[in-house]
Design a protein around this ligand. Structure first.
Ligand SMILES: [Zn+2]
Length: 382
């Protein structure tokens, strides 16, 4: 297949290429050359497929996520996860990392996609989150209350097919009674889990909102901080020294606040989201300006935060963090892909042919990502 692009953003920060043909062979990009001769598809703008580094496929944006977990069966949630995987890939998300699911749902969806049974993005899955007893995320979590339990919990997740590990370093918005600013898993528990995961080649992500928990996770050797809301100057230094990714999930509080007047969300979710949102923008922007690597991830599945709306996170990185559209696209493709570690997230020779065909220049209007004309994953139309 030959795809002709009026303008091609390859996922890097290099100047885009004008009027080129992307030649696809056997699911991969074989050649990128000056446009000419016959072509199969044509678009004003072509970009890499989007990469969402933070999602929960079994959640569909229900206003009360924890109540949804309690009132549905694992089979029902599995079916919803399958539906959300299909919606994701149709919306242009060709790679996704599920950072917390119940009943190994994410691993099963990942495998079904790989086997070609259902459509969806290529995936990594963390399985259950590792949290302290009663800690944030416990309804989809495995309780861990000592370093040895942390090691064992990592081994259990690996046995259940997880290919990354999620650690709960602080409280969070969605769990009743969990205070976002408070540290939860302790440094020795984090260290033990991360050491064990890294020993087997699995990367670790930490849910971390409060300052102390963010720094605990950074010092313990974490690969990415999810949310990072209350980071301080010392945390920024640790991020940079250790080359850790920050996944700010701007969509999560933004979606809650946009629907704050509607019924269905517990009061504690609304109150916590309000508090978090106030400090989030200043701090994340400070980290970005200081040179911390920002990877795109939306926390899709949380209230009103739909899987098919990941383009909104790209838009928020542009409108709230002050990235250019191309920088935001870079964060949501190459940087997020580097964090996940399945491929490079680029339109480059030898890479999987994951392409979005857009009707207008994403570098001029980042919103063009919201509605791709065509999505290719490994050269196949989705
Ligand atoms: Zn999350």
């Amino acid at each position: 297949m030959i795809v002709r692009a009026g303008i091609l953003y390859d996922g890097t920060l290099e100047p885009p290429k004008q009027n080129v043909d992307v030649v696809i062979d056997d699911g991969r990009v074989k050649e990128i050359r000056a446009a000419g001769g016959e072509c199969d598809r044509q678009a004003a703008c072509v970009t890499p497929g989007l990469v969402n580094a933070h999602a929960h496929l079994e959640g569909s944006g229900e206003p009360d996520m924890m109540a949804m977990i309690e009132t549905t069966t694992p089979n029902q949630r599995l079916l919803r996860a399958v539906e959300n995987a299909r919606k994701s890939v149709k919306a242009g998300i060709t790679t996704i990392r599920d950072v917390g699911s119940s009943n190994a749902i994410a691993q099963d969806v990942r495998d079904a996609i790989e086997e070609g049974r259902v459509p969806g993005p290529r995936m990594r899955a963390a399985g259950n989150v590792l949290c302290m007893t009663g800690g944030h995320g416990w309804p989809i979590g495995r309780a861990v209350d000592s370093p040895w339990e942390a090691r064992k919990a990592v081994r259990e997740q690996m046995k259940a097919g997880a290919d990354c590990i999620k650690l709960i370093a602080t409280g969070g918005v969605m769990t009743k009674g969990a205070v976002p600013g408070n540290a939860q898993l302790q440094p020795d528990e984090l260290e033990a889990a991360i050491f064990e995961a890294h020993r087997h080649g699995l990367r670790c992500a930490a849910h971390a909102i409060g300052t102390e928990g963010i720094k605990n996770a950074l010092r313990a050797g974490i690969d990415s901080i999810e949310h990072g809301t209350m980071l301080d100057d010392e945390a920024i230094e640790l991020f940079k020294q250790r080359n850790v990714y920050l996944v700010p999930t701007l969509s999560a509080p933004t979606c809650i606040l946009a629907h704050i007047e509607e019924g269905g969300m517990p009061k504690y979710v609304k109150d916590k989201a309000r508090n978090v949102n106030e400090i989030m923008l200043t701090n994340i922007r400070k980290a970005y300006d200081a040179g911390v690597r920002i990877a795109g991830g939306s926390d899709a599945g949380t209230p009103y935060n739909y899987h098919e709306n990941y383009a909104m996170e790209v838009e928020l990185m542009w409108s709230l963090l002050g990235m250019t559209p191309q920088q935001a696209l870079h964060a949501a493709t190459a940087v997020a892909a580097a964090l996940i570690g399945l491929h490079r997230g680029l339109v480059a020779i030898g890479e999987p042919a994951d392409l979005l065909l857009l009707d207008r220049d994403a570098g001029k209007d980042v919103r063009s990502l919201q509605d791709p004309q065509l999505v290719l994953k490994s050269g196949v139309i989705q």
